[in-house]
Design a protein around this ligand. Structure first.
Ligand SMILES: [Zn+2]
Ligand SMILES: [Zn+2]
Length: 158
């Protein structure tokens, strides 16, 4: 895989573009709000060598996805990034996420560490329905492990 912007060969650390079907679980633990991201499926594509290269391509990606208000807020209900209709994030929905991750491969497992992630878009069911979400699971096993550490690590980007 090569960076989509500068053609650098991608190493174990790269920036990926992910289409997730997910839902968020909001809990209150002794006064501390806690958000858990439940990922139902993820289609992850290594795309860029660095956040700089992603930022070079952010505007074309945003217009290709027809996003009118990218980078949604963190509340449980946000406007759809494409049409503005309310999206309840506690229900299954499609989200596009950019991840800076580092994949470590050993003979018996693949695991990853997420250095940075940003939700680019959250879409309502009329714009992209979150159905058929088992399709991408099998080939996303390494990514699924990555997502677990991302969820544990920080709630700031969900
Ligand atoms: Zn690059
Ligand atoms: Zn919409």
């Amino acid at each position: 895989m090569k960076c989509a912007v500068c053609s650098t060969l991608l190493g174990p650390r790269y920036v990926a573009f992910v289409r997730r079907v997910r839902r968020l679980i909001y809990q209150d633990q002794s006064g501390q709000p806690k958000v858990t991201e439940q990922i139902l499926s993820a289609d992850l594509q290594p795309a860029w060598c660095s956040i700089d290269c992603w930022e070079d391509m952010a505007d074309p990606v945003i217009s290709a996805l027809q996003l009118t208000s990218p980078f949604p807020g963190s509340g449980p209900v946000v406007p759809c990034s494409r049409c503005g209709a309310p999206v309840d994030k506690t229900k299954a929905h499609v989200a596009y996420v950019v991840l800076d991750l580092e994949v470590k491969e050993a003979p018996w497992l693949t695991s990853g560490h997420v250095h940075w992630q940003r939700v680019l878009a959250v879409l309502c069911v009329n714009c992209e329905a979150p159905d058929g979400h088992s399709a991408g699971v099998a080939r996303e096993t390494p990514a699924a492990q990555v997502e677990v550490s991302a969820t544990r690590q920080a709630h700031k980007a969900v």
